[in-house]
Design a protein around this ligand. Structure first.
Ligand SMILES: NC(=O)c1ccc[n+]([C@@H]2O[C@H](COP(=O)([O-])OP(=O)(O)OC[C@H]3O[C@@H](n4cnc5c(N)ncnc54)[C@H](O)[C@@H]3O)[C@@H](O)[C@H]2O)c1
Length: 260
């Protein structure tokens, strides 16, 4: 028996990295899953996962596309129990001093529209169905939602905002819906892209040199975590075993908080 037998989830931004790893582990635990993904090539690869996945190509910064994803998931699998958001964009540690004055507003808008605004729109679109099922939301935060230095000013600020949304939305939608977060630490084998507005969109965090050694040396548990290492946290929060848990964030990061 799986932890998620009979459950239906929607993963927004589940085409690569952490989201893709979580999608595969949700299927292994018995869930059916819709995936809203921007990149057509990643959509095609998701379709190969079989009939327990339905793929919606679209943009999570559009309310209409989020609504379409909810509708297709419910049409295909009959209900929606869990919304998970994985969409993200990175600033590659750019400090405020290095963001040109004439690009600051655009860089702020791009970061917050993607990392914060899309989560708000996904939640708005999914809440009517989640209220019907007594379901839950799981937002992807980051160690950057807790500590400085693992992103620049814009990324860290955006992840603190996601952390705030977990707490406030959990307050607003109880008792019908639970809202929690997972805060992954630096992760191998992802494709996290940079901000277009400051010329970083061709960079992918997955290609960073010496990433495995770098991640191991920074974590007390000496781990270079991979997407599937975080999946257990999402599975637990989506399962009935977490039915009394809301407004909480699981830090899946190799122990950054006890680094000292
Ligand atoms: N990689 C890390 O080390 C790390 C660490 C902590 C937190 N995170 C967070 O985890 C989440 C997933 O990151 P990842 O590293 O797996 O990145 P990723 O780029 O591999 O995955 C994100 C997915 O979202 C898709 N996407 C991007 N914009 C979209 C949009 N507007 N609409 C629909 N889909 C869109 C991308 O195509 C991609 O498939 C992000 O929120 C990121 O901030 C990542």
């Amino acid at each position: 028996m799986g932890w998620l037998d009979g459950k239906v989830a929607l993963a927004v931004g589940g085409g690569s990295g952490i989201g893709r790893g979580v999608v595969e582990e949700f299927m292994r635990e018995g869930a059916s899953i819709g995936v809203l993904e921007l990149n057509p090539d990643k959509c095609a690869e998701l379709c190969e996962l079989g009939p327990d996945v339905t793929v919606i190509q679209g943009d999570a910064t559009s309310l209409e596309d989020n609504k379409r994803a909810v509708q297709k998931t419910v049409e295909t699998f009959g209900r929606l129990d869990t919304l998970m958001t994985f969409v993200g964009i990175f600033d590659f540690y750019t400090p405020l001093s290095k963001i040109p004055e004439d690009k600051l507003k655009a860089a702020f808008d791009e970061t917050f529209e993607t990392n914060v605004g899309s989560y708000l729109l996904s939640a708005k679109a999914a809440l009517p169905e989640l209220k019907k099922s007594g379901g839950s939301i799981i937002f992807t935060v980051s160690t950057s939602g807790f500590y400085p230095g693992r992103g620049g000013i814009l990324y860290v600020a955006s992840k603190f905002a996601v952390r705030g949304m977990v707490i406030q939305l959990a307050h607003e939608v109880a008792p019908e819906v639970r809202v929690n977060g997972v805060a992954p630490g630096g992760t191998m084998s992802t494709d996290l892209r940079g901000l277009k507005s400051i010329g970083l969109n061709q960079r992918s965090l997955g290609n960073a040199p010496n990433r495995e050694d770098d991640l191991r040396s920074r974590t007390p548990l000496r781990l270079a975590m991979r997407p599937k290492d975080h999946a257990g946290a999402y599975i637990y929060l989506a399962s009935d075993r977490a039915r009394g848990i809301t407004g909480m964030i699981i830090n899946s990061d190799g122990g950054i908080g006890v680094r000292g």
